[in-house]
Ligand binder design. Sequence first.
Ligand code: TEU
Length: 586
Amino acid sequence: LGKQPWWKDATFYQVYPASFKDSNGDGWGDLPGLISELDYISDLGVDVVWVSPIFESPQKDMGYDVSDYQKIYEPYGTNGDVDTLLRESHKRGLKVILDLVVNHTSIEHEWFKRSRSSKDDPKRDWYIWKPARYDENGIRHPPTNWRGYFAGPTWTWDELTQEYYLHLYAPDQPDLNWDNDDCREAIYEETMRFWLDRGVDGFRIDTVNKYSKRRDFVDAPVTDPTSADQPAPEMWCNGPRIHEFIHEMHRKVLGPYNAVSVGELSNTPHPSQVIPYVSAAAKELDMVFEFSMIRLGNGNGFGAKYIYQPFPLSTLKAVTHKWQSFIEGTDAWATAFCENHDNGRAVNRFGDASTPEWWLKSSKTLALWQATLTGTLFLYQGQEIGMTNMPESWGIEEYKDIESGNFYAEAVESGDEKRIQATMHGLQIMGRDHARIPFQWDSSPNAGFSSADAKPWMRVHDDYRDINAAKQTNDPGSILNFYKYALKMRKEYRDLFVFGSFELLDPDNESVFAYIKESSVPRGLDGASRKALVILNMSQEEKVCLDIAQALGCLLTEVNLLIGTTGQSEVALKGGQPTLEGWEGR
Ligand code: TEU
């Protein structure tokens, strides 16, 4: 393998701070709470903690709307708490990365207040301002017909200076103008070096491919004639100067600080577009999150995101294969993940949460899938205990996310009962809220997230007495202990699982997901390389096991079971045939 950067075989663990652990009973998670659980995180066997945004913010989008990059949002704690977090983490051999949200700021940020104050303000050009268009009746329209990610137009009219400003997300999140040199320098200095100087190890970089907008500001093609606003990601994703900007960020900040970086790369489904961001020679980003897998089930077109589109297992397999093998023969690097704070829980989307038995079995099988994938592995808080989506019986009032609220409101406005129901159904599977409910620590009131008399900012799941970390810590057959074991195995056989190649078997099989990981490191006297066969039964039905020896091209006596979700060392024989139980993985 040669010498590899440390972050390649590291496992990252994402903490959503508002929902992880509340130390002071205000119902909102905080840094002292996170610090108090660092032993839990470290015992899991992960290497890096990624903390979602903790900066000063009006919280219109849960801190992805920053009003002061150098100050911690008071309910989370203080800058001093960050120092403690860094010290206590580093002591345990954990690194810490923060969430860097610099495509946009909050409207409450000083920069934007200055920018909107006058057309002559030196910071006017730090945001994207455009004059209105007027039709033949003198009615005012935005400069383009673009639809934003959270529904509605990407432009908001500002009375004071009589122009529109651009926002790809909420009107409270105006886009910064990266074409302005001073603006970029301020981002590097005030949002990045400030925290790197304090000892932060790197950043998860929000919406990293949207900094360079196309300069012509033209209308997007009309794909939805019923709407005033049209999907237009090609107007702002992977724009003309994007690689120049990211390379500059690397040269001026990430490189000199030796900071690890993982960028969020939505709307970029072609390997040829992804490679330039993560090729080592390009010196841009260490890693990115490519979205094809995490988007499975989303409806097409912006307005349709929450109209659920069922997909067959073969699609999940094909997408996994594509984003496992795209780095072969390149100097680029991959990531593996199936959860984050913007999506429903994996067991509800890719596993089976229909009964406690299938929940347990499928959560372990998903763990085995993730732990055997090539690239750097990212876990999301609660994934390791199989936390599930909010119950379907919970009404729309339990959904707090701005995107959920806006898409639901849009459906209601349409007056179309079918669309309202379909949107609710989609939200129940894919809503961003599911991942944001309080972490289930134990069976005490409020799941041990907050004190018993507190009112958590999101409702605690009804099932927390059955699904919680304390219970699973003491149960050798738990999902949590399976994760710990799987992460150890992943490290021990890193040449196979982290660095190995990926070969998909039987791509059309709609029940069994099987693949071979092969190491490039020769072993034994004959110089042959080690292989692992991963077989995951992604269905409730028993399935005849494929011919293991044949798949691996060796004798069955040469095959060892490294890990299995049932704890059985032998494959069960049913009617003389080796058989996998429902949702068994080996
Ligand atoms: O998300 C960016 C993004 O493009 C989406 O994945 C996002 O989930 C949204 O649902 C698109 O419809 C990042 C953050 O992860 C997200 O939480 C923020 O809301 C967003 O940026 C804006 O900062």
